[in-house]
Design a protein around this ligand. Structure first.
Ligand SMILES: Cc1cc2nc3c(=O)[nH]c(=O)nc-3n(C[C@H](O)[C@H](O)[C@H](O)COP(=O)(O)OP(=O)(O)OC[C@H]3O[C@@H](n4cnc5c(N)ncnc54)[C@H](O)[C@@H]3O)c2cc1C
Length: 595
């Protein structure tokens, strides 16, 4: 049976010591109550619920899965009670707007809890996760009347939210969406169509389900410029704002799939269901992007959460499993063989996972801090600058975290040998659960295209220019820090490579658009590794200052893990750079008939 312990010490290191997030947030009047002590207490309490109530349902939920019977979806045993405990404890409303009953805590805190929740149980995390995304779209784009009716129940978690984009013939290319919306003439619209793969489209956890649906008005232009966004409740709220008349939204079936089996993935049929326009007509996709961007970050966090829980279980196994003697001399002569942990190859797999996890955690919390700044900083320029950073980093977090999450859950499975392949050990579930994050919410290939085609070039390249300036500024600020130079130099080399490659891509991409597509996935990885190198340099700098004081073992391990990152993982940037520069022709010159 796998286990999980929330990485509270490392989260506190990132939040308090590395980012000094408390001081940054204290500049924002809305968060004056989010004192460091309160944040620590919230993390402690969250950890208890996730470890004691939600994680124990992970393996059984995978085995049992969701059940479908005549339109009714039943989640695995224990999920309803756990969801009730989650809602009653106020965990869904933590970062919610106080105007709608939320607790108004920073997103930064919510991100840290999200990592723990996804480690404990990814399937469970998806139900409240999509609700949070739907809340952000409704808050940003719906009119006041809709907000008054729906937000309070959704913030509390008693009603949930879904995201209805995908149709059988329209996945990545949402311009092909066919679901129709006709004006009823009374402020509502009749929505007709079928959506597939809808996470939480039907479930037995909440009193009502609020679907956010992309559909087309009769006179809408073709393509993405003719899509509108509608709010379609399962039950229409009555005069007391309780679930009333049943709307004609039904679940046709649920999918049988590779992982996240306790999360319902539904075919949803809308048969002239009553819906309400959110945002302007024909601007639905850009409104939906508010939800999609929130989800993309949350899905990246799934890679980190699974990487962490897989690492913890692989370490426990490697300590206890005795196989062979160490090549450099017996380490445990009193035992029949040495523990797996003595073997360099086992350490390679464990440290790869750990180094990615800790770098990713720092990047995630820093990004969340920028989300808070982008919403609440008193200076408009500071808000805009923070928003640029979040926008640039979002595809990187979504794709890189989910890619490494899958790679590393597989590495950790490998540590368990044959037992890693057996269900009861939990590792094969982590691998299966990790795989979907590379696919949904815009595949990782599409994230990479978003980075190279859009984020690098919008506003005349303002986003990468500001980010690179930040990195260059950091490098300059640490030139006199002698102890840091070995790491700073390697980070700077990777940074120069990234900068030169970005320049190369902007030139080659103008000559041949396929050059951007050919480079995209490798470029995103190189970008992510360089960004992690920035965080690793910063983490080592903090740890070097503290390694001789209290908790020296923690700081020394931090430095050693960082050394591993620089020595074994960052060098990938060179091969990625060389692969990208080999050009699109290697793929595009192959005749279609040759495939
Ligand atoms: C378990 C699960 C849960 C899901 N939950 C939801 C949900 O809640 N709501 C929802 O609306 N959808 C949901 N989805 C759908 C998911 O977001 C889509 O499957 C995903 O976006 C990809 O679309 P597709 O499957 O149609 O693949 P396609 O779009 O057909 O893509 C197939 C392949 O082609 C590549 N590709 C496509 N276009 C391009 C291009 N222009 N350039 C380069 N490569 C390209 C893709 O990267 C991919 O590798 C879910 C899917 C699953 C499996």
């Amino acid at each position: 049976m796998p286990s999980y312990q929330s990485p509270l010490r490392d989260l506190r290191f990132v939040y308090h010591e590395l980012l000094q997030a408390g001081e940054t947030l204290a500049q924002l009047p809305v968060f004056e109550e989010a004192t460091p002590d309160l944040v620590d207490a919230v993390l402690d309490e969250g950890a208890k619920l996730f470890e004691q109530v939600i994680q124990p349902l992970n393996l059984s939920g995978d085995k049992q899965g969701c059940r479908f019977d005549n339109g009714v979806v039943t989640t695995p045993d224990g999920f309803r009670e756990a969801y009730r405990a989650y809602v009653e404890g106020g965990w869904g409303s933590l970062a919610g707007d106080p105007e709608y009953g939320g607790q108004g805590l920073p997103e930064t805190v919510s991100f840290m809890l999200e990592e723990m929740l996804t480690s404990a149980n990814v399937s469970f995390s998806l139900y409240p996760g999509l609700t949070r995304g739907a809340i952000s779209a409704i808050s940003s784009h719906a009119d006041e009347a809709l907000k008054r009716i729906y937000l309070e129940k959704m913030v509390s978690g008693s009603w949930s939210g879904t995201m209805c984009l995908t149709e059988p013939h329209a996945g990545t290319d949402l311009g092909l969406v066919r679901t129709r919306a006709e004006d009823n003439g009374d402020g509502s619209y009749a929505i007709t169509g079928t959506k597939i793969f809808i996470t939480g489209g039907e479930q037995d956890l909440t009193e009502n389900i609020i679907h956010l649906v992309l559909a087309r008005l009769p006179d809408a232009p073709a393509g993405v410029k003719g899509i509108s966004l509608f709010l379609v409740p399962k039950f229409l709220p009555d005069a007391d704002n309780e679930p009333g008349e049943y709307n004609s939204v039904s679940c046709g079936s649920i999918e049988h799939k590779m992982g996240i089996k306790a999360s319902s993935t539904c075919v949803m049929n809308f048969d002239r269901a009553r819906g309400f326009l959110v945002g302007p007509a024909n601007r639905g996709l850009s409104c939906m992007f508010t939800m999609m961007n929130a989800e993309r970050l949350a899905i990246g966090i799934q890679g980190l959460g699974l990487g962490e829980v897989a690492y913890q279980n692989a370490v426990s196994y490697a300590r206890e499993r005795l196989q062979s003697r160490s090549a450099s001399g017996t380490k445990a002569p009193q035992l029949a063989a040495d523990p797996l942990l003595v073997h360099p190859d086992i350490r390679r797999m464990l440290l790869t996972t750990r180094a990615y996890n800790e770098g990713a955690r720092a990047l995630a919390v820093w990004t969340a801090l920028n989300i808070d700044l982008s919403h609440h900083h008193p200076e408009p320029q500071q808000r805009a600058a923070a928003e640029d950073l979040v926008s640039l980093i979002t595809p990187v977090i979504k794709a890189f975290f989910s890619d490494y999450g899958y790679e590393c859950t597989t590495l950790c499975q490998q540590v368990l040998g044959g037992h890693g392949y057996i269900h009861e050990w939990g590792m094969e579930q982590f691998v299966r659960d990790a795989r979907i994050a590379q696919i949904y919410e815009g595949t990782n290939g599409v994230q990479a295209l978003d980075l190279v085609r859009r984020k690098l070039s919008i506003h005349d390249g303002r986003l990468p220019a500001a980010f690179f300036e930040l990195l260059a500024g950091y490098i300059d600020s640490e030139r006199e820090n002698l102890a840091l130079q070995p790491y700073l130099r390697v980070f700077e080399e990777a940074f120069e490579l990234l900068r030169a490659l970005t320049e190369w891509l902007s030139v080659e991409g103008l000559k041949d658009a396929d050059e951007l597509g050919a480079a995209a996935s490798d470029y995103l990885r190189l970008f992510a590794l360089t960004t992690l190198a920035w965080f690793w340099t910063r983490m080592i700098a903090v740890a070097q200052q503290r390694q001789d004081g209290a908790e020296s073992a923690f700081y020394r391990t931090k430095i050693q893990t960082g050394r591993f990152f620089f020595g074994r993982l960052l060098p990938q940037v060179r091969s990625l750079d060389s692969a990208i520069r080999s050009g699109a022709d290697l793929m595009m010159a192959v005749d279609e008939s040759a495939f």
